[in-house]
Design a binder for this molecule. Structure first.
Ligand code: NAD
Length: 482
């Protein structure tokens, strides 16, 4: 299997079956077709679930943590050995700037190594409730997990779900995003090459529509759903899972505010906000999408952010020094251009983004946009826009900053810029977000949990708490006197 094929991977075999035809993967920087991936079907999804169930019940996977640790370490080494090829493939498929794609792959193999260690550190507890009355609390793998992921970070978002699932002893069926099947297949190759991995522990089925995703969120043999994607799809998955009462882990949309107080180091704030809003070309769930600035530094920050955005180098993601690549596809480029037109009418435009002409015209590029608005109820402030576009908003004091920052239905991540430690800690306590960065943005670590409040999700990934999604606690009771 080479990286220019993107077949399904089921029960240790590559399958080219395409009962629902093929789906083209398109380079958003050029419009060129990279290749075609076979579309899955209900039957292929069921085959993958059966393989995962058999592997869970009959192989030693679920009961051998040392085997799991070895597989995760070997997988990490394979990923590292292929890091440049996978990063290049990813940048070609989703338009991510190559240096960011390289960081993403490195984060992926780092995370697999972290969970290889965790695999050998899952312990239960004991309790003696009276003389000779023993309770054992054992930690058991939950079973078969479906892992459904989006295109914007197809390596780390996949690894951060499957690594804890595998470390716990679960088996997995993956549904990659239709935009990045080749990157996913390159990661699957790293598993396929591992002799120690029992067949059926890791499976992957492509699809363009929702058939496979529906099987993976309704099938009675699926115990856990680990979903990363939009809040809209997350709600459908949660509803689908209700009938068989599955455990759901949902990592959903975001609308991250960056809150700048008048005592902040503005050089740091400008640099962090610029980088934090343009990561993955503005298409990252934790991207800064609202800049909230205190009165007395409002005009200064506005000028400085405008200057920073105007200087952004937009271009081919493979070129050194490029900061902003294309959006994922033409419909999303058109969607963002439409939002810019609306913002032009409903808000005060500070930096107006556009689709560049000339060499870049064949790609799905849009340059950065910043608009000024003071109505938190506007859709422009409430909705996840998911592109290189930010609102610029004013606040008076801490209470006003908190009120405005907490005023959307999302609660994934926020950042606060101030040199006063007590204020930073007060703000971090009262912000209703799963992550609060102080004087920085977008620092994500394998060891530290991430996840959302409110409509940004349910559960936590990364860190030790990610294991909670994939483990059941069982009470075994014993009376020595009986
Ligand atoms: P999406 O919800 O459209 O798709 C995500 C995945 O779900 C894809 O694999 C898609 O094919 C699949 N899917 C779509 N409909 C489905 C259905 N009915 N049943 C089962 N699966 C289905 O999201 P997207 O546009 O690909 O990704 C962008 C979104 O993901 C943004 O909202 C972003 O904020 C969010 N995201 C969140 C995180 C996080 O950690 N919270 C990380 C990355 C992206």
């Amino acid at each position: 299997m080479s990286a220019n094929k993107a077949h399904h991977y089921i029960n240790g075999e590559w399958l080219a079956d395409a009962p629902n035809g093929f789906c083209d993967s398109i380079n958003p920087a050029t419009g060129d077709v990279i290749g075609s991936a076979p579309n899955g079907s209900v039957s292929l999804a069921e085959q993958a679930v059966t393989a995962a169930r058999d592997a869970f019940e009959t192989s030693e996977w679920a009961s051998n943590p040392r085997l799991r640790a070895k597989v995760l370490l070997d997988f990490a080494n394979r990923l590292e050995a292929n890091k440049d090829r996978i990063a290049t493939l990813m940048a070609t498929e989703n338009g991510k700037v190559l240096t960011q794609a390289k960081h993403e792959v490195a984060a992926g193999f780092g995370e697999a190594r972290y969970y290889a260690g965790v695999a050998r550190n899952v312990f239960g507890r004991t309790y003696e409730s009276g003389p000779g009355k023993m309770s054992l609390m054992t930690r058991e793998p939950s079973g078969v997990v479906s892992v459904i992921v989006p295109w914007n970070a197809p390596v780390t978002l996949l690894v951060r779900s499957i690594a804890p699932a595998l470390a716990a002893g679960c088996t997995v069926v993956i549904k990659p995003a239709p935009q990045t099947p080749f990157t996913n297949a390159a990661v699957m190759e790293c598993f396929a090459a591992l002799d120690a991995l029992p067949k059926g522990v890791v499976n992957s089925v492509n699809e363009y529509g929702t058939e496979v995703g529906t099987v993976l969120s309704t099938h009675p043999e699926i115990d856990v759903i680990s979903f990363t994607g939009s809040s809209r799809t997350g709600k459908i998955i949660m509803a689908n899972a209700a009938d068989t009462v599955k455990h759901v882990s949902l990592e959903l949309g975001g609308k991250a505010p960056a809150i700048v107080f008048d005592d902040a180091d503005l050089d740091t704030a400008v640099a962090e906000i610029k980088r934090g809003s343009l990561a993955l070309n503005g298409q990252m769930c934790t991207c800064v999408s609202r800049i909230l600035v205190q009165d007395s530094v409002y005009d200064t920050m506005k000028d400085r952010m405008a200057e920073a955005y105007e200087k952004v180098r937009t271009g081919d993601p493979m070129t050194d020094g490029v900061e902003l690549g294309p959006l994922i596809d033409r419909p999303n480029q058109e969607r963002i251009l439409g939002i810019i037109e609306r913002a032009d009418v409903e808000a005060n435009m500070v930096v107006r983004g556009e689709a560049p002409k000339g060499d870049l015209a064949q790609g799905c590029y849009v340059t950065p946009t910043m608009f000024e608005i003071d109505d938190v109820s506007s859709d422009l402030v409430q909705d996840e826009l998911f592109g290189p576009i930010v609102s610029f908003e004013r606040f008076t004091d801490e209470a006003d900053a908190l009120h405005k920052a907490n005023a959307t239905r999302y609660g994934l991540a926020a950042s606060v810029y101030t040199n006063e430690l007590k204020r930073a800690m007060r703000m971090s306590r009262k912000l209703k977000f799963g992550t609060v960065w102080l004087n920085s943005h977008n620092r994500l670590l394998a060891e530290v949990e991430t996840g959302g409040y409110r409509e940004s999700g349910v559960g936590r990934l990364h860190g030790i708490e990610a294991m909670n999604d994939f483990l059941e606690t069982k009470h075994v009771y014993y009376e020595a006197e009986n």
